[in-house]
Design a protein around this ligand. Structure first.
Ligand SMILES: *[C@@H]1O[C@H](CO)[C@@H](O)[C@H](O)[C@H]1NC(C)=O
Ligand SMILES: *[C@@H]1O[C@H](CO)[C@@H](O)[C@H](O)[C@H]1NC(C)=O
Ligand SMILES: *[C@@H]1O[C@H](CO)[C@@H](O)[C@H](O)[C@H]1NC(C)=O
Ligand SMILES: *[C@@H]1O[C@H](CO)[C@@H](O)[C@H](O)[C@H]1NC(C)=O
Length: 430
């Protein structure tokens, strides 16, 4: 009797705490939509004077924001970054354009201005472009709903062009780099607005959000996705794959120690692929640019074999549908709150906890009757590859908090288990 009263009191307290309106001072927030054609995660900000809306593809591992300056960039407030100035040092760049003249001066055409190569990891292209700043406006939230937008008078970005813009979703003119540098969007926003260097990514198959700063990150109906996160260290890869000498990689790496299917360890590949070596090869990164998790060939083959083996015998394997390598007739696959009832896939982490991938995040319905394992094999035509790149489909409806002050990743596990999704932030404006 006494203990059941205690439980009751506890439940009531929880109810009071969770229904009280937890909010925070205004923080920038990005609304994200998934482009159905390209599977890119697209967001929108405002920039320049007068303001124009600018659509950008999210690039979690991108070192900075870049914008296509070749497509009608006009602004009375664009400011080039002079060689050797503090913003150039933020990019760790010594490249400097001199002797350029253009009349009238337009972005990407200033004398004595530093630059860096904007990259497009989707088309795998890069170019070179100048660094400059302009007025920047972004939506804001109190952690629960929208408040008035926030403005940064000088937000630094790199000028890209039509070449590096190729392959991005319709209407997109740049990329929002959220990477691990001093110049990325989260770094500039936390510096300017003076909050802890943290941000959270919450993507879904329809729409989602990037929350800058600390929680609450409240999703309807009243679920604070910043509560009860599990943590694992973020690992610095000391070498950038594109080879900017001396620069650490802007990508976010975590320590995956082993991969399990239905609680059984997947063998048959060289486990040292999972560790970053002295040359920066190996390891596991997280990407918003890859729609599905990309695995090095030997890991991919081992995972597919283990998954097919763990699938119940009454589930019929059917012809593969590209780009996937294991497809099944869905008739005998049950459905659960966490998606199709299929063998679980676990990433055992350095922190000794587990990132579990359930059916909603492992399977892709290619039509009404066929479900495919949503992992893909790495292309081998450009080396070196990161052996495990956790991609979009696997992170949807999982909130990921990138906490740079403590160099750790907080992960919520599937929010479907808490009866919400990453599409459930209240983006209704007043
Ligand atoms: C470009 O800037 C450099 C360094 O300030 C200066 O010496 C040079 O005369 C400038 N060139 C032109 C074309 O304006
Ligand atoms: C900048 O480059 C120098 C050498 O080129 C390197 O020692 C340093 O670690 C780099 N800084 C960052 C933040 O990558
Ligand atoms: C695994 O890979 C590492 C690094 O490439 C190599 O040194 C080692 O010999 C490999 N082990 C096996 C069993 O192939
Ligand atoms: C969503 O936000 C709007 C604007 O702040 C507010 O009027 C509305 O009540 C909110 N909806 C819910 C369900 O909380």
């Amino acid at each position: 009797m006494a203990s059941s009263t205690l439980v009751l009191v506890f439940i009531c307290l929880c109810f009071v705490v969770s229904s009280s309106v937890a909010t925070t001072s205004p923080r920038p927030i990005l609304q994200v939509t998934k482009d159905a054609t390209t599977l890119q995660y697209v967001t929108q900000v405002s920039q320049r004077t007068p303001f124009v809306p600018v659509k950008l593809t999210l690039d979690l591992g991108g070192p900075y924001m870049w914008v296509n300056c070749e497509r009608g960039y006009t602004s009375t407030t664009y400011t080039p970054a002079l060689c050797g100035s503090a913003p150039c040092r933020l990019l760790n760049t010594t490249s400097c354009t001199t002797g350029t003249t253009c009349n009238p001066p337009v972005p990407d055409c200033f004398n004595n201005t530093c630059g860096h190569g904007p990259e497009n990891p989707i088309a795998n292209t890069g170019t070179s472009g100048q660094l400059g700043a302009d007025v920047f406006k972004i939506q804001a939230s109190n952690g629960r709903n929208l408040v008035s937008p926030l403005t940064v008078p000088r937000l630094y970005f790199i000028c890209g062009n039509n070449f590096v813009n190729d392959g991005l979703a319709s209407g997109v003119t740049g990329m929002a780099g959220l990477g691990r540098t001093g110049a990325s969007l989260p770094a500039q926003l936390s510096t300017y607005f003076r909050f802890d260097p943290k941000f959270a990514l919450c993507l879904s198959r329809s729409s989602g959000a990037v929350f800058f700063g600390d929680g609450p990150y409240t999703l309807l109906p009243n679920v604070d996705a910043s509560s009860s996160l599990a943590y694992t260290p973020l690992i610095v890869n000391p070498v950038t794959e594109s080879g900017f000498l001396g620069d650490a990689s802007p990508k976010y790496f975590i320590g995956v120690k082993s991969i399990k299917v239905q609680d059984k360890r997947v063998g048959g590949f060289n486990q040292s692929l999972l560790t970053i070596d002295g040359e920066g090869r190996g390891g596991t990164s997280i990407s918003s640019a890859a729609p599905y998790t990309v695995l090095e060939t030997t890991i991919y083959k081992a995972l597919v074999a283990a998954f097919v083996k763990a699938m119940p015998k009454n589930v019929q394997k059917v012809a593969n549908v590209a780009p996937f390598g294991a497809c099944f007739n869905s008739n005998n696959i049950g459905s659960t709150r966490l998606g199709p009832a299929v063998p679980s896939i676990d990433f055992e982490l350095q922190s000794k906890n587990v990132w579990r991938i359930n059916g909603a995040n492992s399977m892709v319905a290619v039509n009404n009757n066929v479900l495919c394992l949503g992992f893909v094999e790495a292309r081998t035509d450009f080396a070196p590859v990161i052996p495990v790149i956790i991609g979009g489909h696997q992170i949807e409806d999982n909130l990921l908090q990138f906490d740079l002050s403590r160099s750790r990743l907080g992960f919520s596990s599937s929010l479907l288990g808490r009866s919400t999704t990453c599409a459930n932030f209240n983006f209704t404006s007043l």
